[in-house]
Design a protein around this ligand. Structure first.
Ligand code: MG
Length: 168
């Protein structure tokens, strides 16, 4: 059973994960607009991953005998200055999501809701990976600056990203 407080927070998290997907589609569109298809592909995969996160929370709410309530989405932003700016905003966004996951974990612990804690453990690990992935690309972009060859190389590399949801 989920308390009303935890249920509300889990429903809010579904909104945040879907909003993340929405935000990453905006980043994808920025890169398609400046002809960097590999970067665009990276964010297309990232958006797919966020929908998978939302789905994981969705499945969990029903599994725990709760009810999913959807609300309208906001777009966190759609104006970007450079590839580096995009990744810095993506990192800041993931850091926000990490705080949200920790907040959910705090409530689950307070309420001694062990099933929710177990579900959230996966997200704690996942957030570490998400932040690290953005940080790695920031480090490369800081070195590349506006060098077209460097951007081209990174574009080729990011084009290879795949996303396969884990088997349940
Ligand atoms: Mg996410």
């Amino acid at each position: 059973m989920l308390s009303q407080k935890l249920l509300d927070e889990l429903n809010l998290q579904i909104k945040y994960e879907l909003e993340s997907a929405h935000y990453y589609v905006a980043m994808q569109a920025y890169f398609d607009g400046i002809d960097l298809p590999g970067f665009a592909h990276f964010f297309k995969m990232q958006a797919a991953e966020e929908r998978f996160h939302a789905d994981k929370f969705y499945e969990y709410v029903f599994e725990a005998d709760g009810k999913v309530e959807l609300t309208s989405l906001d777009l966190p932003g759609k104006d970007f200055d450079s590839p580096l700016d995009v990744f810095e905003k993506a990192l800041a966004h993931e850091q926000f999501v990490t705080k949200r996951i920790y907040h959910l974990m705090d409530i689950a612990r307070e309420e001694k809701n062990y099933a929710t804690q177990s579900m959230l453990n996966w997200f704690v690990d996942e957030q570490l990976e998400e932040e690290n992935s953005m940080r790695e690309n920031i480090a490369i972009l800081e070195r590349v600056k506006d060098n077209p060859n460097g951007l081209y190389m990174l574009d080729r590399q990011l084009a290879a990203r795949t996303f396969t949801p884990e088997a349940e």
